[in-house]
Design a protein around this ligand. Sequence first.
Ligand code: 5GP
Ligand code: ZN
Length: 114
Amino acid sequence: MSDCLFCKMVTGEIAPDVVYEDDDVLAFRDINPQAPTHVLIVPKRHISTLNDLEPDDARLIGQLSLAAAKVAAQEGVADAGYRTLINTNREGGQVVFHIHMHLMGGRRMGWPPG
Ligand code: 5GP
Ligand code: ZN
Protein backbone atom coordinates (compact mmCIF):
# COMPACT_ATOMS: atom_id res chain seq x y z
CA MET A 1 0.00 0.00 0.00
CA SER A 2 1.77 3.13 -1.26
CA ASP A 3 0.80 5.57 1.49
CA CYS A 4 1.38 3.19 4.40
CA LEU A 5 4.32 4.00 6.70
CA PHE A 6 5.14 0.39 7.50
CA CYS A 7 4.86 -0.70 3.85
CA LYS A 8 7.51 1.95 3.17
CA MET A 9 9.70 0.29 5.81
CA VAL A 10 9.18 -3.05 4.08
CA THR A 11 10.15 -1.71 0.64
CA GLY A 12 13.08 0.26 2.05
CA GLU A 13 11.70 3.64 0.99
CA ILE A 14 12.11 4.52 4.67
CA ALA A 15 14.98 2.74 6.43
CA PRO A 16 14.10 1.57 9.95
CA ASP A 17 16.51 0.10 12.50
CA VAL A 18 15.92 -3.54 11.54
CA VAL A 19 16.56 -6.23 14.15
CA TYR A 20 15.07 -9.26 12.33
CA GLU A 21 13.87 -10.08 8.84
CA ASP A 22 12.71 -13.14 6.95
CA ASP A 23 10.66 -13.72 3.80
CA ASP A 24 7.36 -12.74 5.44
CA VAL A 25 8.17 -10.59 8.45
CA LEU A 26 10.17 -7.45 9.29
CA ALA A 27 11.05 -6.32 12.84
CA PHE A 28 12.48 -2.91 13.67
CA ARG A 29 12.95 -0.65 16.68
CA ASP A 30 10.08 1.64 17.66
CA ILE A 31 10.98 5.31 17.06
CA ASN A 32 9.49 6.26 20.45
CA PRO A 33 10.45 3.35 22.73
CA GLN A 34 8.32 2.72 25.81
CA ALA A 35 10.78 0.20 27.27
CA PRO A 36 14.52 -0.48 26.95
CA THR A 37 13.62 -2.99 24.21
CA HIS A 38 10.69 -1.89 22.06
CA VAL A 39 10.46 -3.58 18.68
CA LEU A 40 7.63 -3.61 16.14
CA ILE A 41 7.08 -6.83 14.18
CA VAL A 42 5.10 -6.47 10.97
CA PRO A 43 4.00 -8.79 8.17
CA LYS A 44 5.56 -7.69 4.88
CA ARG A 45 2.14 -7.97 3.25
CA HIS A 46 -0.19 -5.10 4.13
CA ILE A 47 -3.05 -5.97 6.47
CA SER A 48 -4.67 -2.95 8.17
CA THR A 49 -5.98 -4.33 11.45
CA LEU A 50 -6.63 -7.57 13.28
CA ASN A 51 -10.25 -7.23 12.10
CA ASP A 52 -9.10 -7.66 8.50
CA LEU A 53 -7.52 -11.07 8.97
CA GLU A 54 -8.71 -13.89 6.74
CA PRO A 55 -8.41 -17.59 7.60
CA ASP A 56 -5.50 -17.85 5.16
CA ASP A 57 -3.58 -15.30 7.26
CA ALA A 58 -3.41 -17.63 10.27
CA ARG A 59 0.11 -18.80 9.48
CA LEU A 60 1.35 -15.26 8.91
CA ILE A 61 -0.01 -14.08 12.26
CA GLY A 62 1.69 -17.04 13.93
CA GLN A 63 4.93 -15.97 12.29
CA LEU A 64 4.74 -12.65 14.16
CA SER A 65 4.84 -14.52 17.48
CA LEU A 66 7.66 -16.76 16.29
CA ALA A 67 9.64 -13.69 15.22
CA ALA A 68 8.90 -12.03 18.57
CA ALA A 69 10.40 -14.99 20.43
CA LYS A 70 13.52 -14.83 18.24
CA VAL A 71 13.91 -11.10 18.77
CA ALA A 72 13.37 -11.48 22.53
CA ALA A 73 16.20 -14.02 22.66
CA GLN A 74 18.40 -11.83 20.48
CA GLU A 75 17.72 -8.82 22.72
CA GLY A 76 18.45 -10.83 25.88
CA VAL A 77 14.99 -10.39 27.44
CA ALA A 78 13.52 -13.84 26.78
CA ASP A 79 14.18 -15.34 30.23
CA ALA A 80 13.42 -12.26 32.32
CA GLY A 81 10.22 -11.76 30.33
CA TYR A 82 8.61 -9.36 27.96
CA ARG A 83 5.25 -8.30 26.57
CA THR A 84 3.78 -8.69 23.10
CA LEU A 85 0.61 -6.92 22.04
CA ILE A 86 -1.35 -5.78 19.02
CA ASN A 87 -3.43 -2.60 19.29
CA THR A 88 -6.62 -2.51 17.21
CA ASN A 89 -8.50 0.61 16.11
CA ARG A 90 -9.26 3.73 18.13
CA GLU A 91 -9.97 2.38 21.59
CA GLY A 92 -7.19 -0.17 21.26
CA GLY A 93 -4.72 2.66 20.65
CA GLN A 94 -3.81 1.82 17.05
CA VAL A 95 -2.32 4.76 15.16
CA VAL A 96 -0.52 2.99 12.30
CA PHE A 97 -2.94 0.95 10.22
CA HIS A 98 -0.63 -1.88 9.16
CA ILE A 99 -0.82 -4.71 11.69
CA HIS A 100 2.16 -4.74 14.01
CA MET A 101 3.06 -6.65 17.14
CA HIS A 102 4.78 -4.62 19.84
CA LEU A 103 7.53 -6.43 21.73
CA MET A 104 8.55 -4.64 24.92
CA GLY A 105 11.05 -5.78 27.49
CA GLY A 106 13.95 -4.76 29.67
CA ARG A 107 11.76 -3.51 32.51
CA ARG A 108 8.86 -4.82 34.57
CA MET A 109 5.58 -4.21 32.77
CA GLY A 110 2.57 -2.82 34.62
CA TRP A 111 -0.81 -4.51 34.64
CA PRO A 112 -3.41 -3.63 33.60
CA PRO A 113 -1.98 -1.55 30.75
CA GLY A 114 -3.36 1.99 30.43
P1 5GP B 1 0.22 1.65 17.47
O1 5GP B 1 -0.19 2.74 18.42
O2 5GP B 1 -0.37 1.83 16.09
O3 5GP B 1 -0.02 0.28 18.02
O4 5GP B 1 1.79 1.75 17.35
C1 5GP B 1 2.45 2.52 16.40
C2 5GP B 1 3.90 2.58 16.82
O5 5GP B 1 4.65 3.02 15.71
C3 5GP B 1 4.15 3.58 17.96
O6 5GP B 1 4.74 2.91 19.06
C4 5GP B 1 5.10 4.59 17.33
O7 5GP B 1 6.09 5.05 18.22
C5 5GP B 1 5.70 3.83 16.16
N1 5GP B 1 6.11 4.65 15.05
C6 5GP B 1 5.41 5.67 14.49
N2 5GP B 1 6.10 6.21 13.47
C7 5GP B 1 7.26 5.50 13.38
C8 5GP B 1 8.39 5.59 12.51
O8 5GP B 1 8.47 6.43 11.60
N3 5GP B 1 9.39 4.70 12.73
C9 5GP B 1 9.34 3.76 13.73
N4 5GP B 1 10.40 2.95 13.84
N5 5GP B 1 8.29 3.65 14.55
C10 5GP B 1 7.26 4.51 14.38
ZN1 ZN C 1 1.17 -1.31 5.00
